[in-house]
Design a protein around this ligand. Structure first.
Ligand SMILES: [Zn+2]
Ligand SMILES: [Zn+2]
Length: 244
């Protein structure tokens, strides 16, 4: 287990926000100064595609508003192995640019912004509080080429905002799964099966799996199955974005 205590990185965040005035990552206008500063201006913030009308269980966006707690048809037919999901945004408009910058270009200000927005969404939904955040692990070879795990970096921001610890050692990715992009749902399931393993006993009863983008949900479903086998009873999924 590698549990990050809450606040381990707060001094870095304080340093970064103290050095640079918040500047909108999308248009360059002055950013919001609330909550320690945010690299987003009020205009661009209002335009972002928030994912409020979505399936309770898998967070897939609904085309039209539904009563709170509605599950999509797919979740009703085959309930996934996690209880609920939430995502800050739909993966559309400016969001792929923000996620791409956070994921492939190491833009720490975007990691911070996505984490702040995800924490906002968690506060808005106000789900039962998990004991710990579990970022979706990257395979060691991918970690070497990219240099960091974007899910872990976003989790650090969310953990700091919501005072939750992070466990990034409970699970490892043992299969270097090729990128899921471009695969249909069935191929994604095949691709991801057996990709994760727990390392020793998992001491948690209630966790929130954290990822940058949830697409079909096959990755978080596979990780949930492994965690359930290891004795975790309650699993939520928190993501910065969800594809329609
Ligand atoms: Zn802006
Ligand atoms: Zn659903």
């Amino acid at each position: 287990m590698f549990v990050d205590p809450v606040d381990k990185w707060s001094w870095i965040s304080g340093l970064v926000s103290g050095l640079f005035a918040p500047t909108c990552a999308l248009c360059g206008a002055p950013g919001l100064t609330t909550g320690g500063g945010r690299d987003l201006c009020p205009g661009c913030a209002a335009e972002l595609p928030h994912n409020r009308d979505a399936c309770l269980q898998c967070a897939v966006p609904f085309d039209s508003p539904m009563p709170a707690g509605t599950r999509c048809a797919a979740c009703q037919r085959h309930p996934p192995p996690f209880e609920t999901s939430l995502a800050a945004f739909r993966y559309e408009a400016a969001i792929p640019t923000l996620i791409g910058g956070a994921k492939f270009r190491g833009r720490l200000n975007l990691v911070r912004l996505l984490g702040q927005c995800l924490a906002d969404r968690v506060r808005e939904v106000d789900p039962p509080c998990p004991q710990v955040l579990l970022p979706v692990p990257l395979h060691a070879s991918r970690l070497r080429t990219r240099g960091y795990n974007q899910a872990l970096e976003i989790a650090r921001v969310v953990g700091r905002e919501l005072a939750l610890p992070i466990d990034h050692g409970a699970c490892v990715r043992i299969a270097p799964t090729p990128p899921q992009a471009g695969l249909d749902e069935r191929a994604r399931h095949r691709n991801i099966r057996g990709a994760f393993r727990v390392r020793g006993p998992v001491p948690w009863d209630h966790v929130a799996i954290l990822d940058d983008v949830v697409t079909t949900g096959s990755t978080v479903a596979e990780l949930s199955r492994v965690l359930r086998k290891a004795g975790v009873r309650r699993i939520q999924v928190w993501a910065a974005a969800r594809t329609p």
